[in-house]
Design a protein around this ligand. Structure first.
Ligand code: FE2
Ligand code: FE2
Length: 378
């Protein structure tokens, strides 16, 4: 009888209880002689920092260590994709394994999302020839299975690695979604933005830190609603006020020392130095946290005064900062619900309120804010 090998691939960033449930159900159904876990090498994410390949491998080993003994002893990690340090298609991995085990019968297990995108994988025909495909459907999943796929018995938790990364970065609930040893590694190595959170908590006033969390959280929800990148929105929200760790005097000194390019910088220094914080936050994001994504840095830079041009992420962060849950002034709740219906209308309403406030208080309005307000009224 040919050897039966069960394979599970993925970036495992991080591995979670959904992976474990799939693995255990497939092992029960198929009783394989061997189980191969093949973590992918993944290009660095542009949004929230993902875990380096070596750390993902360590987390995967931690997940395996918590499996029942009978299954654990049959598991091995195939690190060829990670070691190649390039994007490897599953069909390449399967062909390599087939050459190494010419007599084996291969079974590949995936979650609902991977099954739904299977038609976009490299060479689905060859993939079907090389292995038998199994899917663990999430509760309520209605989509028909791709041709040739088999459904694993049971119901599988609706967990995604992206959601775990987002929850970690926005101080949300994620620990129960991963096995304990994996959670310990995430906490210990401060993965998925936890290092940023920790530093912000230590350097910002508590009310500013709570505001930061509220902005990151609503930025993610607005991104989801308006079809933007949730990870970039989370990171932009998290970093937007990091420059508020400085006093106005320090902001002025740092803006000069770093030659920060703020529009009408000397006016800002003289009339409203606190407004320098958005430009300094972008600079700190780059220097201290190594964020180099121009979209994220632009959104952070423009979150207070706006800009001559504003990308969808710039507009989203500007609005998120004005309508986060910690804003409790009259009208905040209305603006918040408007932001979910129409981001541009919410931006216009925020500017209208800013201009009205400056006029009634007789305070200085930066020309950038004024021209942005004038543009939204056209
Ligand atoms: Fe700000
Ligand atoms: Fe803010």
């Amino acid at each position: 009888m040919p050897e039966r090998i069960l394979i599970m691939g993925g970036s495992f960033d991080p591995p979670h209880k959904g992976h474990r449930a799939l693995l255990m159900a497939a092992a029960r159904e198929l009783a394989p002689e061997a189980v191969v876990l093949a973590p992918a090498f993944q290009a660095p994410l542009k949004g929230l920092p993902g875990a380096p390949a070596g750390v993902r491998v360590a987390m995967l080993r931690a997940l395996v260590s918590g499996l029942p003994k009978g299954l654990r002893k049959r598991c091995s990690l195939d690190l060829s994709e990670v070691r190649s340090r390039r994007k490897v298609y599953t069909v390449e991995t399967l062909r390599r394994l087939a050459r190494r085990h010419p007599q084996a019968e291969f079974h590949f297990v995936v979650g609902s999302d991977s099954a739904a995108s299977f038609h976009r994988w490299r060479d689905p025909k060859a993939l079907r020839r090389l292995a038998c495909w199994w899917v663990g459907a999430r509760p309520g999943a209605q989509a028909p299975l791709p041709p040739g796929f088999h459904r694993l018995p049971g119901r599988f938790p609706d967990i995604s690695s992206t959601d775990i990364r987002l929850a970690a970065a926005t101080a949300g609930k994620w620990r129960k979604l991963v096995p304990k040893p994996v959670a310990a590694l995430i906490r210990g190595r401060k993965l998925y933005g936890l290092h940023i959170l920790k530093e912000l908590e230590a350097t910002l006033k508590d009310s500013r830190f709570q505001h930061t969390l509220a902005v990151a959280s609503i930025a993610v929800r607005l991104a989801e609603r308006h079809g933007l990148d949730r990870q970039k929105a989370a990171l932009a929200g998290l970093l937007h006020d990091c420059g508020r760790c400085m006093t106005p005097k320090q902001m002025v000194a740092r803006a000069r020392a770093w030659k920060v390019l703020a529009p009408r910088r000397e006016d800002l220094i003289r009339r409203a130095p606190k407004l320098l914080h958005s430009y300094l936050s972008a600079e700190l994001s780059r220097r201290r946290f190594g964020v180099d994504d121009p979209e994220i840095l632009s959104a952070v830079r423009k979150h207070t005064l706006g800009g001559a041009t504003m990308s969808p992420l710039d507009r989203l962060l500007y609005v998120a900062d004005a309508v986060s849950e910690d804003r409790t002034h009259p009208g905040a709740a209305g603006l918040r619900s408007l932001a979910f219906r129409d981001l541009d209308a919410a931006l216009a309403a925020c500017l209208e309120a800013k201009v009205a406030h400056a006029r009634s208080a007789g305070s200085w309005l930066h020309p950038l804010s004024h021209s942005l307000w004038a543009r939204t009224r056209r």
